[in-house]
Design a protein around this ligand. Structure first.
Ligand code: HEM
Length: 405
């Protein structure tokens, strides 16, 4: 497949074509050659792909996740009513002042100092996972390693009992499909059913935590309800659902992509993991080189000049290609090379600005522990088949990762 240029700045590229989602970087390189902004026919949107343009737009108050007053996002269809309800008070669906108020409530749980206290627990969990397959000489690391760690961590942080981990995974897998813009009606119905089940479950759990508080985030949020600007029940539910969905889906994919990247680019140096600085550098390069989330959108709050003679009206939705920005040749020398100790490495995988990933310190910690423990215990990992990415361009992650040692 090739990019078809339908005008000097207009292109046609099928996001559902396997050639694209298996290696989007090949196509991003062609977008970088043209320079932005570029109009993507299939999405009907102007896109930004250059690092500086994407980074600036994420921080620019003239863009927001919601349309400006007087413009409405197209409403969700009736068969997505429950899904829409879960999103209503999501941090990703709010702007200040509500965003500021709710983000402050969860921020405290995710600041680096607080997150570091979870390190021993995450290391234990990671070792327990490896114990399950270490003697086998082979494993499918996506299911056996990358999947169980993030969901267990976020469930513990919230205070969701362990027996519900499988339900959380199923609900989340079903719900995130709606964000791909390429979902079928069946996917939407499944996402809505998952939303109903998830809300019923949380409703019950909140009742229990009200009677018997513990030391976890849900109980902390319930306690905040006594404050004048504390969260409502619906807000707590939206926060919990967003944290569970955002908190594990991207992390699973990033762990898988990072393991594959490291194996594909030998030699992995065991000493990277001895020093916090070098381990942070390796994690940053994994995030840059093969990020799990490739596209987020923003609405112009006023008329905006995007450069190169392209001006957009207030209310226009544009696409920010995070995965492309991370491979911008102007920002990163040898941009397609995997250079574990690359520095500086200010990539946009975790976003920037107001909606910068609240779970970033936790995501980085999980990655550091997962990668260092895995490669520390099994330094000779080899791929036994070429790993393939799932059929969604937005969530760029592997469907399986077969290895032996
Ligand atoms: C490698 C893993 C992760 C990646 C690549 C990632 C990426 C991102 C990105 C790009 C955004 C910004 C979206 C935008 O600007 O429109 C974001 C926001 C968010 N992330 Fe993450 N994330 C990861 C892990 C986590 C974890 C572990 C949690 C929580 C436990 C989390 C919770 C959130 C939340 C709640 C937001 C919304 C913040 C807001 O709107 O203020 N993420 N994430």
């Amino acid at each position: 497949m090739t990019i078809e240029w339908t005008g000097p700045r207009h292109f046609s590229l099928d996001p559902k074509d396997p050639a694209f989602y298996q290696n989007p970087y090949h196509y991003y390189a062609q977008l970088h050659e043209r320079g932005g902004p570029l109009f993507w026919e299939q999405y009907g949107m102007w896109c930004l792909a250059g690092f500086k343009q994407v980074d600036r737009a994420l921080r620019d108050k003239r863009f927001a996740r919601l349309p400006p007053p007087g413009f409405e996002r197209p409403p969700y269809p009736k068969h997505l009513a429950a899904f829409a309800q879960t999103e209503k008070f999501s941090l990703l669906a709010l702007e200040p002042p509500d965003h500021t108020r709710l983000r402050r409530l969860v921020n405290r749980a995710f600041v680096s100092r607080q997150v570091e206290t979870m390190a021993d627990d995450i290391r234990q969990l990671t070792n327990d996972c490896i114990d399950q397959f270490a003697a086998d000489g082979q494993a499918e690391l996506l299911a056996q390693f990358a999947t169980p760690i993030p969901v267990t961590v976020i469930a513990r942080l919230l205070g969701v009992p362990k027996i519900h981990t499988a339900d959380l995974l199923n609900w989340s897998h079903a719900m995130v499909k709606v964000y791909t813009m390429t979902q079928s009606r069946e996917d939407e119905i499944a996402a809505n059913q998952a939303s109903v089940a998830f809300m019923d479950f949380l409703d019950e759990l909140l009742k229990q935590r009200r009677k018997q508080p513990d030391n976890n985030l849900l109980s902390h949020l319930i306690a905040q309800q006594r404050e004048p600007d504390g969260p409502s029940n619906d807000e707590i539910m939206s926060i919990a659902i967003l944290l569970l969905n955002a908190g594990h889906e991207a992390t699973v994919h990033q762990i898988g992509n990072a393991i594959a990247d490291i194996i594909r680019h030998p030699p992995a140096n065991p000493r990277w993991w001895d020093d916090p600085q070098t381990s942070d550098q390796v994690v940053a390069e994994c995030l840059r080189h093969d990020a799990p989330l490739h596209l987020f959108t923003r609405y112009a709050q006023q008329e905006v000049d995007l450069g190169n003679g392209v001006s957009i009206d207030a209310g226009t939705e544009i696409a920010l290609l995070l995965g492309a920005a991370n491979r911008c040749p102007i920002q990163f020398a040898n941009t397609d090379d995997f250079e574990p100790l690359r520095s500086p490495n200010a990539n946009v995988s975790l976003g920037a600005g107001l909606h910068f990933c609240v779970g970033a310190p936790l995501a980085r910690l999980e990655l550091r522990i997962a990668l260092s423990t895995l490669f520390g215990r099994l330094p000779n990992l080899t791929l036994t088949s070429d790993p393939l990415y799932t059929d969604s361009f937005h969530f760029h992650g592997l469907s399986a990762l077969h290895v032996n040692w």
